[in-house]
Design a protein around this ligand. Structure first.
Ligand code: FUC
Length: 345
């Protein structure tokens, strides 16, 4: 119970510290002061066995470059942005805050230990000009875990100049601890529309109704269905790698279930969209959770504003005005399925 800290290595001449937050039930989260990377999230299955339900590299050094952004906080802007002056790190695009985005930066830490709740806040100053962004941004990311199986992420930020800000968390969930791929997981999303993507996965500015398509997750579907889909939007990306516009401001935005182990993950958020990424681009040659990494080893549920909103006037703005406070919260709640749960939103 409580919070422990352990220095586990050095990146860029600085100590990498792992903080482990543990609740009385055994629900536990471990995160690094580098990229706010979540390396372990222990949740119980229906037999009471705890497994790490996020993908984690076995070798610490793989986190220094972290090609798949495993477990990291993404900033200043999540997803793909038409570069137009921002540094390129994926073809002609600026992706996930650039090569030296938040995922590869050190943060200061502060902790609050409680009986049934543990909290850690990661904070850093992103200097004006960092990765091409205007304004000095003071950013804080707080992870709170609660005994009943809730992990909440709260983002807070303030800038001295107008600047785009659209953070997310890039944890890859696998509810059975990577005993199998995520293709058998069932996903439900409260979304009537997705953003249409072009050949480079950049939003075109258009939206597509989910009705009658394999994007319709309002009653849930297995992720295998999206991988096998002949919808041109899905076959190009090998399944979901798309922003779903969230239809409701309140309530559960998404539910992920694995019937084999019985774990259920519910996501709530005040963000406007969730990018569902099924890990089609995950590559062999890395060890995660004690075995070889494969495509579809994990699925990301990245709550955020619309990708490319910085360049697309039709999308809700992601510009944080000078002196204003940004606040966004996303929670992931773990529970166990009752046999009759249908996963309908
Ligand atoms: C996701 C995706 C990308 C990418 C990456 C690692 O958020 O949208 O396509 O490959 O992260």
């Amino acid at each position: 119970m409580g919070i422990t800290r352990k220095t586990i290595g050095r990146f860029k001449g600085k100590s990498v510290v792992a903080y482990t937050l543990t609740c009385p039930s055994g629900f536990s989260l471990t995160a690094l002061n580098y990229g706010c990377i979540v390396t372990e999230l222990l949740a119980a299955d229906s037999t009471g066995e705890f497994s790490n339900v996020v993908l984690a590299f076995d070798r610490l050094e793989d986190y220094e470059s972290n090609p798949f952004y495993l477990g990291a906080v993404i900033g200043r802007i999540a997803g793909r942005t038409r570069a137009e002056g921002l540094p390129l790190n994926e073809g002609a695009n600026h992706l996930h805050g650039g090569a030296a985005g938040f995922h590869s930066q050190f943060f200061e830490t502060a902790m609050v230990e409680g009986e049934r709740e543990q909290e850690i806040t990661f904070r850093r100053i992103s200097e004006a000009g960092e990765e091409g962004y205007p304004g000095t941004l003071d950013v804080a990311v707080t992870y709170t875990i609660r005994d009943e199986g809730v992990w909440s992420i709260t983002y807070e930020a303030m800038s001295d100049t107008d600047t785009p800000f659209n953070p997310t968390n890039h944890s890859y969930f696998n509810l059975n601890g990577y005993k199998t791929s995520i293709l058998g997981h069932r996903l439900t999303v409260a979304s009537d529309q997705v953003l249409q993507l072009d050949q480079d996965s950049m939003p075109t500015g258009g939206t597509l109704s989910v009705a009658g398509s394999d994007f319709d997750l309002r009653k849930g579907a297995t992720l295998a269905k999206a991988k096998e889909s002949t919808d041109p939007q899905l076959s190009r990306t090998g399944g979901f790698d798309h922003p779903f516009i969230l239809s409701r401001k309140e309530g559960v935005a998404a539910v992920l279930q694995d019937e084999i182990c019985g774990r259920v993950l519910e996501m709530t958020t005040d963000a406007k969209a969730v990018v569902v990424y099924m890990g089609s681009g995950l590559e062999e040659g890395y060890q995660v959770n004690g075995k070889q990494l494969h495509p579809y080893a994990g699925v990301c549920l990245e709550a955020q504003g619309y990708p490319n909103a910085y360049r697309e006037p039709r999308f809700p703005s992601i510009v944080l005005k000078a002196g204003e406070t940004f606040k966004q919260q996303t929670s992931y709640t773990f529970s166990l399925a009752k046999p009759t749960d249908g996963g309908t939103l």
